[in-house]
Design a binder for this molecule. Sequence first.
Ligand code: 57M
Length: 359
Amino acid sequence: MLYHLLYPLSSYWIGFNVFRYITFRTTYAALTGLLCSLILFPYFIRYFKRSGIGQSIKGYEPETHQKKRGTPTMGGIPILISIFISVFLWADLKNGFVWVFVICCILFGFIGFIDDYKKIVQGSGKGLSIKVKLLYQSLAALFLSVILLRIMGLSTELYVPFFKEFTPDLGKLYYIFIILVIVGASNAVNLTDGLDGLAIGPLAISFSAYLVLSYIAGNIKMAKYLQVAYIPGVGEITVVCGAVVGASLGFLWYNAYPAEVFMGDVGSLSLGAALGIVAVMIKQECLLVIIGGLFVIEACSVLAQIAYFRFTGGKRILKMAPLHHHFELMGWSEPKIIVRFWIIGIILTLAALSTLKLR
Ligand code: 57M
């Protein structure tokens, strides 16, 4: 909005020219996102506490989680509001990629909201079944892939790190690939969201990495120099990533141990899917396995646990899956697990960014 209102005024005063720059708008998008969530959360937490809407704790969670009963959840709502306010203020609203991102957050946020609503507000303790959730997520991702490939004309070539000449054209298979990336990222973040700040910290780190990568992908000179795909217009996703990083840090302020609020499925499913769609739009989907490596490890720990349990007729590799529960049951304190997981997230992100020079 500010871009559309103020940039045209640069013909009257040259100072307004600054609104043209993605770097300028990204900085202020991050600060706006941060400020909005810092302001919104206290109201939200107070409202949820007054309404008696809080997290239910199932009997089989580690003992340390019993004290978390009743913590306000569905913090994804103020996160998404903060992101949207910031994006509407600072991004170029004529850019299709920006709208695909917004639609993705709304669709996955809505699926998460239904899940949370059933579990928490209706008080049943049970959300959507895994099958139904996967079906809704796949339909949403299919819809997004059709917009990206049919309307936005995104190429169906896959860019593989380390192999600059190897860009296989997946053709129609690319629809399935997009669905796998978005639905996979959404669920992996959801599984990781089981300790205070455990999901939002690495999410902020991952979105920071994609902020840099979007800037490069949208800049013809830089993309050519670093030999990554150049996608005209995708530079605007830098501003969007800035808004997400800011809003995430604002949420982390309240979600840091001991958490005053959880993001709920409305937050984890939408932010996970958002990370996936950003990776798809800038054609850095393969790097997501490293940048979001922590989420991948957590998801794989669940798959490994279930597979091992089935094959051995009841034995477990981990004391409990996802992996963070295993360390909790080993006696590690919650802040220690969280900070160590963040460190791993930072290392993986740096490793991923270093591949830009290894092509
Ligand atoms: C939801 N939800 C958190 C909060 C958060 C198939 C199976 C592996 C599914 C999996 C599952 O249901 N995972 C997704 C995880 C829950 O947090 C809420 O959920 C939202 C995210 N979706 O925003 O609203 C609890 O996590 C804790 N928490 C914090 N701080 C936070 O900032 O402490 C969350 C956010 C909260 C709170 O205690 O109540 C969760 O963990 O339930 N199921 C599991 O992950 C279960 N694992 C399991 O059953 N393992 C088995 C097999 C099947 C792999 C095994 O190891 O044998 C765990 N889920 C629960 N307890 N509830 C096990 C322990």
